[in-house]
Design a protein around this ligand. Structure first.
Ligand SMILES: [Cu+2]
Length: 270
């Protein structure tokens, strides 16, 4: 199971490279933030990509000091069950979300895939994984993303200089992926294969929720104290939105199973 998941993640990451992220965007994480660097809070309202038959919603917050980012994401109304939801901070695009009018035909159905929206929200800058690597290399590490209809995610990560700059310039966009276009309760091939990885259904990678980050009026750290630890620190109390810490063991286990089943089902379909 462990080795299968790792192999799947690696294969997916490699497959996604040409489209999703040039080498320049995947700079190594910078040194821990200087505690003298003030914290700036960015917030995003996550709206559904309606062309993809999504009706969910959510919010995201990033508190940034230097390259240290305390990130929280809450969402509801997503494709449920064990469906994993890849989440990223996208950068270097126009800092906007795809409009319904930008939908294209995919397998006979009007929808928006990642490539369709690339000019809008750009490429992957940070992968909001529940553990381990958070660079673009983990773009589709399906066993390390939240799963199910709702998301309660929080994690402190080191982001690249590029991601930090995009947050400051208003070009960073949070995207939650994974849709159930035909409402049958699972990721299937109704929209054909994913353009990022032919072994995954497009439903598994198409954008579901999207929101550009903007500076929040709330610029001080609630509760003070900057965690500049190893990038795996969980925190959940005292944040404005009252989120609980995410990345629970149950969620991670569910993801592993979901991702594995997803992969096997599609391998069998080829
Ligand atoms: Cu993404």
């Amino acid at each position: 199971m462990r080795s299968t998941s790792a192999r799947v993640a690696t294969a997916i990451g490699v497959a996604a490279v040409p489209l999703a992220f040039p080498v320049a965007a995947s700079a190594a994480p910078a040194a821990p933030a200087d505690t003298d660097v003030p914290w700036t809070t960015y917030q995003a309202t996550l709206d559904p990509v309606t062309a993809n038959h999504v009706t969910g919603s959510g919010t995201a917050m990033i508190q940034l000091s230097g390259n240290t980012a305390k990130i929280t994401v809450t969402a509801k109304g997503l494709a449920g069950g064990a469906a994993p939801h890849a989440m990223h901070i996208h950068v270097d695009g126009n800092g906007v979300c795809p409009k319904p009018s930008e939908a294209k035909d995919h397998n006979g159905h009007s929808s928006t895939n990642v490539a369709d929206a690339m000019k809008d929200y750009g490429m992957i800058g940070t992968s909001l994984t529940t553990k381990g690597d958070s660079t673009p290399k983990s773009a589709l590490a399906v066993d390390r993303f939240p799963a199910g209809s709702s998301v309660n995610y929080s994690r402190t990560l080191e982001v690249s200089d590029d991601v930090a700059a995009n947050l400051k310039s208003g070009k960073a966009v949070l995207v939650v992926h994974g849709i159930d276009y035909n409402g049958n309760g699972k990721y299937d091939n109704v929209l054909g294969p994913s353009e990022l990885d032919k072994s995954l259904p497009a439903e598994a990678t198409d954008p579901a929720l999207c929101g550009p980050f903007a500076v929040s009026q709330m610029t001080s750290m609630p509760g003070g104290g900057a965690d500049t630890g190893d990038g795996s620190t969980q925190y959940g109390n005292g944040v404005q939105t009252g989120m609980v810490a995410g990345g629970s063991a149950a969620a991670v286990i569910g993801l592993g199973i979901g991702g594995y089943a997803l992969r096997r089902r599609n391998a069998a379909n080829r």
